[in-house]
Ligand binder design. Structure first.
Ligand code: CUA
Length: 162
């Protein structure tokens, strides 16, 4: 009698396991694909997208933007504002489509925008890019989710959707 119970238990846990696996794969499939291109990590400024004047937010079209970022220990370089200060906050109108393109000059960094589907790994020698749409106003925190050294937890910036 107990054997039958155990058999039912075993089969049920197998079904639960497969369901969880299936749902996981489904949600992974919902993530926008991130795309990789190569770049010389010693000389990222030679690439058009990462020239000083092209860093940070640029408007491409009425509701389309591009954000170029150079990650390095322990900072996200989003360019400079009119006063020459480092930009640490980007403002994007709600409903915009934004392409993030990110590279690193040293080690592997993360690029995660908490509360959105933006989550990329940034590797030296590559440009990670991802397109997303911002439909919910709010302030989103950009953070590094790959341990990159002693200042890892200082790597942060904000994206304000208004
Ligand atoms: Cu960069 Cu952790």
């Amino acid at each position: 009698k107990y054997e039958k119970l155990w058999l039912i238990f075993g089969v049920s846990s197998l079904i639960v396991f497969l369901t969880v696996l299936g749902i996981g794969a489904f949600y992974k499939g919902m993530h926008p694909p991130s795309h990789l291109a190569t770049i010389d990590p010693q000389n990222v400024e030679a690439h058009e997208a990462f020239k000083e004047e092209n860093l940070g937010l640029r408007q491409l079209d009425e509701d389309k933007y591009i954000v170029s970022v150079i990650a390095s220990a322990f900072n996200y370089n989003l360019g400079k504002d009119e006063d020459g200060a480092s930009v640490n906050n980007i403002r994007i109108p709600v409903g915009s489509t934004v392409v993030f393109q990110v590279t690193t000059t040293d080690v592997v960094h993360g690029f995660q925008l908490a509360g959105t589907n933006v989550n990329m790994m940034v590797e030296p020698g590559y440009i990670s890019s991802l397109e997303t749409e911002f439909n919910k106003p709010g302030t989103y925190t950009l953070l590094c989710n790959e341990y990159c050294g002693t200042g890892h937890h200082y790597m942060a910036a904000t994206v304000e959707v208004y």
